[in-house]
Ligand binder design. Structure first.
Ligand SMILES: [Zn+2]
Ligand SMILES: [Zn+2]
Length: 235
């Protein structure tokens, strides 16, 4: 899947996840780097939209699961782009392995257990350049936007806020029609705090790492439903 939107952000599927390409005045930012072996595909999609891979000067990682960093090493090599990641996951990136969080359902729990056995979660190691430790502006990198720390799916999950758009990685999932809750979470309490933080912005559209863009109404609706379930559980 790929497509244009009003501010010429491209969403491009790289294997099982999406990356987002944002042209800037001086270059371009890529949010996430998909599964391994997808750089030629990315390059050809960009060319079809009259952009060049070499324009990418910054790669922001929403987190370091293998399906978001698989093509990172090759991309960094071919573009010389700087890599931005939350400090909590820098060590994973350097080692080329990010442990998977617990599943939130019996089925995803099984996926995690199977993954541990077959070495799921491994990828080509990358040295990060910019470590995020708290919310920060991106003006210095030519982007009229900011980073919001949104832990929960992983401890180092971050979101990128540009205007009224939020690029949220796996903090929200756009695949299930009943909920935007991700199938894997490291810390559900943190995740809920992060959802609050995202809804505190004036963003109207939330772009996930998997599935379709989520409008604010749908996100709020999922949140209300989740709060209702938690309230009933605590009774
Ligand atoms: Zn993930
Ligand atoms: Zn993912």
């Amino acid at each position: 899947m790929s497509g244009h939107d009003s501010q010429s952000v491209l969403s491009i599927r790289l294997g099982s996840s999406l990356c987002y390409f944002l042209p800037t005045k001086t270059g371009a930012v890529l949010i996430d780097a998909g599964n391994a072996g997808r750089v030629d595909h990315l390059s050809s999609v960009l060319l079809a939209h009259e952009h060049e891979l070499q324009r990418i000067s910054l790669i922001i990682l929403t987190h370091t699961h293998h399906d978001h960093v698989g093509s990172l090493a090759e991309l960094k090599l071919r573009t010389g782009a700087k890599v931005m990641v939350h400090a909590a996951e820098a060590e994973y990136l350097i080692q080329g392995h990010t442990p998977l969080p617990h599943g939130t359902s019996p089925w995803t729990h099984l996926v995690v257990q199977t993954g541990k056995v077959i070495g799921f979660g491994k990828y080509e190691a990358v040295q990060p350049d910019i470590l995020v430790t708290e919310d920060m502006e991106l003006h210095d990198y030519g982007v009229a936007g900011r980073i919001l720390t949104t832990p929960g799916h992983t401890m180092g999950s971050i979101s990128v806020i540009v205007g009224k758009k939020a690029f949220v990685g796996d903090t929200l999932f756009g695949i299930n029609k009943d909920t935007v809750f991700p199938p894997f979470v490291t810390n559900a309490e943190d995740l809920i705090q992060s959802w609050n933080r995202l809804l505190d912005t004036d963003c109207l559209t939330f772009y996930p790492g998997h599935g379709k863009a989520i409008d604010r109404w749908r996100f709020e609706h999922s949140f209300e439903k989740l709060r209702g379930q938690r309230y009933r559980k605590s009774q």
